[in-house]
Design a protein around this ligand. Structure first.
Ligand code: NDP
Length: 299
């Protein structure tokens, strides 16, 4: 990248330590809960619902549970067998909706195929929807109104804020348009407010000349679920690259959607996988739960 004197200068790449940032956020939340308890308030409650025995889901749920407990949340996990009917799951959610001590409900996805995910998501009370997937909260996100937003893109925004990487006026390219990552990521970055205000392009499997689009980006968020898809020749030197992807390789190890080694040589900042976006997702789940608690209790 040319320096101010016009002479090419090497890029010092900042490796974004998502684990450390997430630890800091979690410690802050723990302190907030201690303060709340010292003032005589009850702690916030989070219930994670797991249906079936998907091994990856079990790991995610265990990690979320552990983080919630460490931060001082009450609640726990509701484990239901894979044969649970949709009606039984909806009934369980109704009980949690009306439980005053439960501030956040998270139903771990994917659900067994006989259960409709959209129906289950809509059954969670929007005020307790700590995943931010409820259509009402999605609508509020579109409108720029306060609401719990999906944890992963929220974590990406928090990382960018702390870099610091001011998105204002920057070209942000989001790879992927899922409801849980790509679309909410684009919306959060698009909001006309401090820390956002980017010019956003969303790419998907039908995008033509994708590399031309990604090469324009000041910031790239890759969330497509394709191992090492984003190559160095698709990235503008000096760009910030956030890798949301989690892909299991043949050797059992995890890798992201970004071809990490070569891209890290030209990016100004990059997240590793693991240790990048993943830990931030859990930290934002705790933040969303604390926010829901505050909105519900006024504490
Ligand atoms: P989805 O499968 O729901 O969506 C993938 C998106 O990528 C789709 O919009 C799809 O396009 C697009 N896509 C797929 N292939 C290509 C391609 N070749 N070129 C351009 N776009 C493409 O995935 P998720 O959003 O749920 O997850 C994405 C990745 O992020 C996964 O690896 C997942 O494991 C990871 N993840 C990580 C989290 C974390 O905490 N770190 C949390 C959530 C997800 P189309 O719409 O046209 O099909």
């Amino acid at each position: 990248m040319p320096g101010l004197d016009g002479v090419a200068s090497p890029i010092m790449t900042h490796i974004i330590d998502g684990k450390a940032i997430a630890q800091e956020i979690r410690a802050g939340i723990r302190r907030e809960i201690e303060t709340l308890k010292a003032a005589g308030h009850r702690p916030p409650g989070l219930t994670v619902v797991l249906v079936g025995d998907n091994p990856a889901s079990e790991v995610y749920v265990r990690n979320k549970e552990k983080a919630a407990k460490e931060a001082g949340f009450t609640g726990g996990e509701t484990r239901l067998p894979a044969a649970t009917s949709e009606a039984e799951l909806l009934a369980r959610i109704a009980v949690l909706n009306s439980d005053a001590a439960v501030d956040g409900i998270l139903v771990q996805l994917p659900l067994p195929s006989h259960i409709s995910e959209p129906r289950v998501i809509e059954a969670i009370h929007p005020d307790k929807d700590v995943d931010g997937f409820h259509p009402m909260n999605m609508g509020r996100l579109v409108a720029g109104l306060p609401a719990p937003a999906p944890c992963t893109p929220l974590g990406v925004m928090e990382m960018l804020r702390r870099l610091p990487c001011d998105l204002e006026g920057k070209e942000l390219v989001v790879l992927g348009r899922s409801n849980i990552v790509g679309k909410p990521m684009a919306l959060l970055a698009l909001h006309k407010k401090a820390g956002a205000n980017a010019t956003v392009t969303v790419c998907h499997s039908a995008t033509s000349r994708l590399a031309e689009v990604t090469r324009r980006a000041d910031v790239i968020v890759a969330a497509i679920g394709r191992a090492r898809f984003l190559k160095a020749d698709m990235v503008k030197p000096g760009a910030v690259v956030i890798d949301v992807g989690i892909n299991r390789q043949e050797d059992g190890k995890l890798c992201g959607d970004v071809d990490y080694e070569p891209v890290s040589k030209i990016a100004s900042a990059i997240t590793p996988v693991p240790g990048g976006v993943g830990p931030m997702t859990i930290a934002m789940l705790l933040k969303n739960t604390l926010d829901c608690y505050r909105r519900r209790t006024g504490a």
